[in-house]
Design a protein around this ligand. Structure first.
Ligand code: HPA
Length: 284
């Protein structure tokens, strides 16, 4: 059973105030970097860095490859706030706390969230090193009650029953495809499936995920996107395919976190090129 916590808007504002006191930048775009994708934040110009531990109510990070700091500054003509690493529910943190940074981004005036993750390729055509534009998600964990919107609803933030039919903003997806085509960056499109983790999937689970239309599988992203969507933020998402999920019984292959981090090193530069192009053309 997943724990749940209640946070108030005053607590989100308290965290936002703490960040504002540490930086003169006023970010409008938020970026969450998944496993192995930390180096993307090194490109930020005039960066202010704030450890999550220094922001009230922020979750900590315990997973290798997740640094746990905010990097705020300029990137491709935008003022961005980058989360270098995220927290996952499997670390024993409530989904309300996992997604609290997205609430705080909104308090800071951020209107666009770009989420990235490392994911297992479920679509048999996908290979490690592929980049996938998330067109939609299958929130398996949320469908089973692991939903960050459980609990009292603050109507000042969003509706009790938010629509999720355009969770990944169509105009931003079009922009991503345009930039990818122009820059010659191969970009797959597909549905991201969100599980709780931390165990990787059994072959039977991989075959099940294929049947229900999942292209890439991971342990994050869905809660953050639901919360952003609840508050009317624009969302763009990318999965870096770090490994092909194993669908056959009794093969030698095994998924492990190391290959996820190694794939990040290949995916990082390509994703960075794509993000630069997108940020440069992001509508206000
Ligand atoms: N399964 C679940 N999550 C993942 C995987 C995977 O194969 N690879 C990276 N994150």
């Amino acid at each position: 059973m997943i724990d749940y916590e209640v946070f108030s808007r005053a607590q989100y504002q308290e965290a936002a105030d703490a960040i504002r006191q540490r930086t003169a930048h006023r970010p409008q775009v938020g970026l969450i970097l998944g496993s192995g994708l930390n180096p993307l934040a090194d490109e930020v110009v005039d960066a202010d860095r704030i450890a999550y531990a220094e922001v009230p109510h922020f979750p900590g990070t315990s997973v290798v490859g997740h640094i746990g700091q905010l990097v705020i500054g300029e990137l491709s003509g935008q003022t961005v706030l980058i989360m270098q690493g995220r927290t996952h529910a499997y670390e024993g943190v409530s989904l309300q706390r996992v997604t609290l940074p997205v609430r705080v981004m909104h308090e800071l005036g951020i209107h666009t969230l770009i989420v990235t993750n490392a994911a297992g390729g479920i679509n048999p055509d996908f290979r490690a090193g592929d980049l996938m534009l998330i067109v939609d998600h299958l929130g398996l964990m949320a469908m089973m009650g692991g939903n960050p919107l459980w609990g009292p609803n603050d109507e000042s933030l969003g509706p009790r029953f938010p629509a999720m039919s355009k969770a990944y903003t169509p105009a931003l997806r079009r922009l991503a495809l345009e930039v990818a085509a122009r820059e010659g960056i191969p970009l797959r499109q597909g549905v991201y499936g969100g599980l709780s983790g931390p165990a990787f999937e059994t072959p039977a689970e991989v075959r099940f995920l294929r049947l229900i239309g999942v292209d890439a599988i991971g342990m994050s992203t869905v809660p953050e996107v639901m919360v952003a969507c609840h508050m009317g933020m624009r969302v763009l998402g990318f999965s870096g395919i770090s490994n092909a999920a194993i669908a056959e019984l009794d093969t030698e292959a095994e998924a492990d976190h190391e290959e996820v981090l190694v794939a990040g090193q290949i995916l990082g530069p390509r994703l960075m090129a794509l993000l630069r192009g997108i940020l440069a053309e992001l509508p206000a």
